[in-house]
Each structure stands twice: as C-alpha cells, then as structure tokens.
Design a protein around this ligand. Structure first.
Ligand code: SAM
Length: 308
C-alpha cells in the first residue's frame, strides 16, 4: 500500500492521544455492551473496557462481589445488577426496558468474555430481536489464549466448553465428537474443565478420541503460575493422574488425523471380525459399537460381506 504524505508514521499513531481516526468512541453509546474482563491478570482490563464500565448506567454481572472488587480497584462506582444462569430469563424484560429508555448497559461475567461458557446469550438474543443496539469491547478469553499457546494447528477449531461432569454422559458426548470426526470433522477441540476432574476427563478423551492424539493442557493463564503442558492424551492423562492439577485449566486436542474412508474402515473391521470366527450378527454388533455407526447399516453390510 502506498503511504501518503499525510499518513502519520505508525509509532505516532500508537502514541496518539484519543481514539485513532474512524475508531468507535472509547465508551459505550446507548445500548448493550458486552465487556471482556481479565481471566487472571488484572492488568488485562483494557482502557476501553474501563471506560465502557465507568460510563455505563448499569453493569450486569454474575457476582457483584467479584465485579465490585474489580471496579473499586479502578475507583469506579456504578450500579451493579446481578445476571446469572438462574435469573437471566427474569432479568431480560427489565434490562430491555432500560435499553429502550436509552440507557447504556454493560454486561460482564466473572472473568473473560461474556457468553463464552458464561451467561448472557439469552439476553443478547432478546436485545437483537427487540431491535436494540448490541456491541462489545473484546478482550481476554481462556479458550483462544490456550489454542494459540498449544502449538497445535489453530484452525479450524471447535470450542466445546465444559463436557458433562458424569462419566456416562461425558463418554456419550465424546462419542458424538468422534462420530463427527469419522464423518470428516478435522478441527482442534477446546474444552474447559475443573481441575479436580482433569485427570479423569483426559482419560475419557484418550479412550474416546485416541490415546495418541496430540493435546495440550493450559493452566493458570495470565497468572503467576501459568503453564502449558503438551503431549499425547495418554501422556497427559498419566501425568495429571499422578500430579493433581491446581487452578484453572483449558484442554486443547489436536485435529484427528486423516483416516481411511468410513466405508473402507467399516469393511476392514467387519472382515477382521468375520475372519476371527464371529457370526454375522456378533460382528455387526461389535463393529457398530466400536464405530458409532447405526447397527442396521453395519448389519446390512456384514450380511453382504458374509454372502461374499
Ligand atoms: N468466559 C470465560 C472466558 O472467556 O474464557 C470462561 C468462563 S468459564 C465459567 C471458566 C473456565 O474457563 C475455567 O473453568 C477454565 O476452564 C477456563 N479459564 C478461565 N480462566 C482461565 C485461566 N486463567 N487459565 C486457564 N483456564 C481458564
């Protein structure tokens, strides 16, 4: 691109006081503004986020103690309104009335980007449906930070958030992801997890997605004991089985390797089962379970192969 004589050099743009030309105002205009807050390091609250919060008529927050403490550190005093998983539906009409009256309302969560494994989606959907302005001040997010530090191919990626806490529901969910991979999904997978469930969750991922899959566990991001541990799912499951994880964690799993076409894989598995002496019925049942493919489809293919 040709630089015009009137274009200021980059370093002066960086040092300029006030917003660069064409930038949106630093604070929030009327409407709903989703404001990202730090995920650990308080220095990550951006100047624009602070202005948006300072200028808001009200700040919706998950826990007023958490948000109140953050704001008072910056000398900001503003009306805080609780908005969490359990009262979001009830709060929506009140928030929409404030917005319709021309107020500036900000939404924060306890940490990171609102809506990302945090409340706010239903409110945003309602505000959009009511034709009200919705904007955001972007900032910290544990999933994206973990992905970029993982050393794994960053895109496409699939952000899953938390897996179910109970073993059976978790295995079923991992099975659905594996079925999507069998159908061609090739993406890095990102999960949030509580530290006390990390070891069993990694073991379940190793079991469901493959022990050799490359992965990373990003812990305590932006904090004093930040750490990213990389290895196969089996290695990481073994490590955290021995060393209890502390703090907050994100798990990133590398994309599935290219596999034989599903039809070829199905045939190979059926052939092996039939050659091992299984009946057509047993071979179909075993292979359907292992591949996640519908039993009827596997049985039909096994019958054809059995005839052959
Ligand atoms: N909205 C947040 C965001 O944008 O990242 C996520 C909120 S979710 C309720 C909390 C989970 O995010 C934690 O259990 C952990 O999995 C992940 N997380 C948040 N902060 C983190 C950090 N500093 N280091 C690692 N993981 C973090």
């Amino acid at each position: 691109m040709t630089e015009r004589a009137s274009d200021p050099p980059d370093e002066l743009v960086a040092g300029r006081l006030g917003p660069p030309p064409g930038a949106a105002p630093s604070g929030n205009a009327t409407g709903l503004t989703l404001v990202a807050t730090p995920i650990g390091n308080l220095g990550d609250l951006s100047p624009r986020a602070l202005t948006a919060l300072r200028e808001a008529d009200a700040v919706l927050c998950e826990d007023s103690r958490v948000t109140g403490a953050m704001l008072s550190r910056h000398g900001v005093s503003v009306t805080l309104i609780p908005l969490h998983e359990h009262n979001e539906d009830a709060q929506i009409p009140r928030v929409l009335a404030r917005l319709a009256a021309g107020e500036r309302v900000a939404l924060v969560s306890d940490a990171g980007t609102p809506l990302v494994s945090d409340p706010g989606y239903r409110l945003v959907r309602a505000a959009i449906a009511a034709g009200l302005k919705v904007t955001a001040v972007p900032g910290p997010n544990a999933a994206v930070m973990a992905l970029t530090l993982s050393g794994l191919p960053p895109h496409p990626f699939l952000f899953h958030g938390f897996l179910p806490a109970k073993a059976a529901a978790r295995a079923a969910e991992i099975g659905r992801l594996r079925a999507a991979e069998r159908a061609g999904l090739r993406a890095a997978l990102i999960f949030y997890e509580a530290p006390h469930r990390l070891a069993e969750m990694l073991a379940a991922l190793a079991e469901g997605l493959g022990a050799d899959r490359p992965a990373a566990v990003a812990r305590e991001l932006t904090k004093r004991f930040e750490e990213v541990r990389r290895g196969s799912l089996a290695e990481l499951a073994g490590w955290y089985g021995r060393e209890a994880a502390r703090g907050e964690v994100v798990v990133v799993v590398g994309p599935a390797a290219e596999e034989a076409a599903p039809e070829e894989e199905l045939e190979a598995r059926l052939r092996a089962a039939l050659e091992a002496g299984m009946s057509v019925r047993d071979a179909a049942a075993t292979v359907a379970e292992a591949t996640g493919l519908p039993r009827k489809q596997v049985y039909a293919r096994a019958l054809e192969m059995g005839k052959g």
